[in-house]
Design a protein around this ligand. Structure first.
Ligand code: TEU
Ligand code: CA
Length: 564
């Protein structure tokens, strides 16, 4: 914790521009589309927008492969459009966080185009190379490569270049001072333009052990089979972040959010402890591993979600930031399936109530909440059943990889219905007109058929919708300082269905009770409430308390307080 700041007090709304709103009928969401929805954004009560990458890009990985950091992607519009968007947000008191992707560039970035020509190129050292005269490079895993290997051979330089993601996304060499300065220049450019901060993509990966050990055994012994964990342990990571802070962040009223893949609780404060002057907030992946098997692609664990474990994870992460630094909390984003499908229940009657329960959770924890667009109306997984429907390089290349290894592709496709990133990337469902009001053309990714009933317009005109509940909860968080800065205390940690905690600040104490199951539960409250107490928040129409025993409806969420 320590000082109070706007970025600790606000709610972040993440926009995936490709899928938000198409303005010109080409089937791809764009910046004018977002501009046309500014009033909607304001109506949500959110304080910050995190915009996924909108820079020049050939879109191998939907904008995470950047070919021009100083321009806007053609499909998304122009720099003038961007300026209008920034002003439109600021006029509505909403700040804008951009996505900074500087672990890698696109192979179509001029730096790489030069670098790959010859070892003498001025940009050769902007990237990591393994000269072929030394033989084949020691193995490194790649997230998106169809062969699984992060090194790809380049003929002109007779060397292999490193790419932790797809082969069209070569990793930048941060050991080179010129590379680092070029990155700081980019950051200053956007800060000077008035953007309010960056979400920092794969930032834990930027420093590499350039003695290049073979990581296979290392990862097994030291990193608990998590190679992301190994990648997050580069030797100079914190030197670079410190330098970056000094060269860019200092002197601007901005915030930075570290995407901290592979970072554990013990290391979190190295990034965000205030007097270390590195970054401001961090988001972890520990929660995102719950309910998946440990190894291989994201494969749902047949045992399902273990709530006791979930409570443990989020409680431990709360403790980290109790004294210093600050965290964020999310249950969905563009790399994850839909929040309600994964953590709640999107079947029939349960969808609304469980979506509201999850919102109650996110908006009552001590961390800046991040909501992914569409989750505020309870959008659900699309569950494609054939590979041709997918657009995501992660799914497509994993399919190719498994195919080459003769693995069970049917099982993979079935698992992807639960975990694929495209589940969360289908176009936003605005209304019940053709293509959900997203586009007049052919959408780049299929739209979920349920848009005829599940859409923002319908929810806007229904007082009891998920959307209205979201607005009310965002407002509540603003008016209850205990929900932002208050201490968090967990009760009944071993209860397998119910998550109970209090948030306390000065004399204000709120009690939050969440039923994470589809069962009705008789639950004995951890302490005595007044017999005539009424809940402050209830996501159902039922409230049944008898001598301190609550009869909780499936997925019921209740907030009581302020309590004496
Ligand atoms: O993700 C970085 C990351 O750590 C990935 O392992 C992520 O967990 C994975 O994609 C989940 O399936 C970031 C972006 O959020 C992601 O969209 C990009 O594809 C990736 O970086 C490369 O830039
Ligand atoms: Ca468009």
């Amino acid at each position: 914790e320590t000082g109070k700041n706007w970025w600790k007090e606000g709610v972040i709304y993440q926009i995936y521009p490709r899928s938000f709103k198409d303005s010109n009928g080409d089937g791809i969401g764009d910046i004018p589309g977002i501009i046309s929805k500014l009033d909607y954004l304001q109506s949500l009560g959110i304080d910050m927008v995190w915009l996924n990458p909108v820079y020049g890009s050939p879109n191998d990985d939907n904008g995470y492969d950047i070919s021009d950091y100083y321009d806007i992607m053609k499909e998304f519009g122009t720099m003038e459009d961007f300026d209008v968007l920034l002003k439109g947000l600021h006029d509505r008191k909403i700040r804008l966080l951009m996505d900074l992707v500087v672990n890698h560039t696109s192979d179509e970035h001029p730096w790489f185009k030069e670098a790959k020509q010859s070892r003498k190129s001025a940009y050769y050292n902007y990237y990591h190379w393994w000269p072929a005269e030394k033989g084949t490079p020691p193995f490194r895993y790649s997230h998106f490569d169809a062969t699984g290997n992060a090194w790809t051979y380049n003929k002109a330089t007779n060397a292999y270049y490193l790419h932790y993601f797809s082969e069209k996304m070569p990793d930048l060499n941060w050991e080179n001072v010129a590379t680092r300065q070029a990155i700081y220049e980019i950051m200053r450019f956007w800060f000077k333009k008035g953007v309010d901060g960056f979400r920092m993509d794969a930032i834990s990966y930027i420093s590499k052990d350039t003695s290049w050990p073979d990581v296979r055994d290392l990862v097994k012994t030291k990193y608990n089979k998590d190679w992301g964990g190994y990648y997050a342990h580069g030797p100079h990571l914190h030197d670079y972040l410190k330098e970056m802070h000094k060269e860019t962040i200092e002197g601007f009223d901005v915030t930075t959010l570290a995407e901290a893949s592979g970072i554990t609780i013990d290391e979190a404060l190295l990034f965000v402890k205030e007097d270390r002057k590195q970054l401001h907030m961090l988001y972890h992946f520990e929660g995102m591993m719950l309910g998946y098997e440990k190894e291989g692609y994201k494969r749902p664990d047949p045992k399902g979600l273990d709530l006791v474990k979930l409570k443990k994870v989020y409680t431990a992460w709360d403790e980290v930031f109790e004294q210093d630094g600050w965290g964020t909390i999310y249950l969905g984003n563009h790399d994850q399936p839909r929040m309600v499908s994964r953590w709640g229940n999107d079947a029939g009657e349960f969808r609304e109530v469980s979506a509201k329960m999850l919102m109650t959770f996110l908006l009552t924890m001590r961390a800046t909440p991040i909501f992914y667009n569409g989750d505020e109306i309870g959008m659900t997984n699309i569950r494609f059943n054939k590979i041709e429907d997918y657009r995501d390089i992660e799914t497509i290349n994993m399919y190719k990889y498994l195919q080459s290894k003769k693995e069970d592709l049917e099982r993979f496709l079935k698992d992807q219905q639960t975990s694929a990133r495209d589940n969360g990337r289908t176009p936003f469902q605005w209304d019940d007109t053709a293509n959900a009001g997203f586009t007049t053309g052919r959408p780049w990714l299929k739209i979920n058929d349920n848009y005829t009933t599940l859409n923002a317009a319908a929810e806007n005109s229904n007082d009891r919708s998920i959307l209205q509940f979201f607005r009310q909860m965002v407002l509540l968080r603003k008016h209850k300082p205990s929900l932002i800065y208050g201490t968090y205390d967990l009760y009944d940690e071993k209860h397998p269905q119910i998550y109970t905690y209090t948030r306390t600040l000065d004399k204000e104490m709120l009690l939050i009770v969440l039923n994470f199951s589809k069962q009705k539960i008789h639950y004995d409250l951890p302490f005595q409430l007044a017999a005539d107490i009424e809940p402050l928040v209830n996501n159902t129409l039922t409230f049944n308390l008898q001598s301190n025993m609550l009869m909780l409806e499936p997925y019921q969420a209740l907030i009581f307080g302020p309590l004496p």
